[in-house]
Write a protein of this length. Sequence first.
Length: 413
Amino acid sequence: MSLTAAGRFFKDEKWAFVIAAALTLLMQIAEYGGWVAGIEGKILDLLLRPAVASAATPDASLIATLAIDDEAYKQCFQSTSPMNPRRVIEIVNRIAEAEPLMIGVDIITDSDQYRKLPTPAAHMKIVWIAGADQVNNERADFFHWLAGGEDNLIVRPTKVLGQQPGSFEETSTRMWAVPVFARDDDLGLRRVPREMELASDPFHSNVRQHRPSWPTKIAEAYCEDHNCKPAVEGHEVFISYSGRGPAKYRVLDLVSCSDKGVTEAPLAAEVRSRLKDKIVLIGGTFSSARDSYPTPAGREFGLNINARAIQAEIERTVVGETWRPLSILLDLLIGGVIVFFFWFWNQPPRASVRLPMAASALLLALTVIASLLLFRAGFIWVSFVGVAFGVVLHQLVEVWREDPKPHGHHASH
C-alpha cells in the first residue's frame, strides 16, 4: 500500500478505528468488572479441561495424594475436628517410613497440643499448612490492572503445629505455607496464587510479609534438591487439567486405626513401595470438610487441586494470562485488519460483500489458531473474540446503511 493510499485509508476509516478502540476498552472494562465471566469461563474451561478423562498410573506421577476420606475420618478421628494431634503425627510418621522425597501436610495444626508432641520425621522435608484465618483480596484498580497489574492477596494465617507463624522456627526440613484458592467471577476455580502477603490484620496493617503459597513452597523445596526451577514469576497461574494428575491413595490403604493406635493396613507394603521417591500430600476429602470446588474437570478436592498445582510448577506447565498490554495491542490489531478488509473491498471496482466477510472469517480462524498456540506456550488470550465480533458487526451495519451495489450493476427502470 502506497503512502497516499495509507493516508486515505486512515482518513476514510478514522471512525471505524475509534469504534475498534472503544470496543477494545469496553471488553477490558467488561472483563475487569466480571460482566463476561460466564462466557469467558466457558472458553477457559474448554482450554483447561482434559480432552479425554485419564487417570495417572501410580509410577508415572511425581505426586501422590493420601486422602482422609469419610471412612478414615471416622476410623482414625471419630469424625471430629480438629483432628487428634497425636493421631496426625502418628500417620505422618508412617508416611515417612515409605521414604518419600518429601511430605506436604494439608491439615490444620493450630492446636496447642502439637507443641507437647515430638517433631515427626525430623529427617524428612515436611511442609505444613497454616489456615487462612482472614483473607483480603486487594483488587488492583482498573488502570493499574490495564497496565498488567494483579490483585494482591493478603492473609492472616493460623497457628502451625500450635505455634504462631511469626515464632515458628523454620529449618531445611520443617516449613510451612498457606494454601489459598482464587475463585473467578463465575465462582469457578481455575487459578491458584503463587504468592501472597501475610499480615496480622489483612485489611488495615501495612506490616506485611511476602510468602509463597503452599504448592509453590513445596515445588521450591523439591527443586532445591533436584536442579529444577519452579514456574515463572507471577502472583497466580491457571492450572491445566489436560496432563496426568496425581496418583491417588486413601490413608486407609497405608494404615489402620484403632483405640490402640496406628498399625499397618493389609496393603501397606505395596502402597509404601509406590510412595517411595514421590512427593506425598495428605489431606482431608471427607464430606464435612467442604473442601471440594468446581473446576474445568468437574468438582475436585482441594488436596488434588494443590497436587496439580505443584506438578505444574515443577514441570513448568502452568498457564498464565497473556500480558494485558500485549493483549490490548493484539485486540486492536485484529480490529484494524478487519476494518482494512472492508475498506479495501469498498474501493472501485467494488466486488461482492462476501469477499471481506470471507477474509474476516479467515482472520478469525487464524486468530483462534494463534490463541491455541499461545495456550500451548503457557498463555491465555481470549478477549479478541468480543472485539472481532463487534468490529465485523459495525462494518456490516455500515454496508447495510450504504446499500452498495457491485460494480457494473444497473438499476432497472
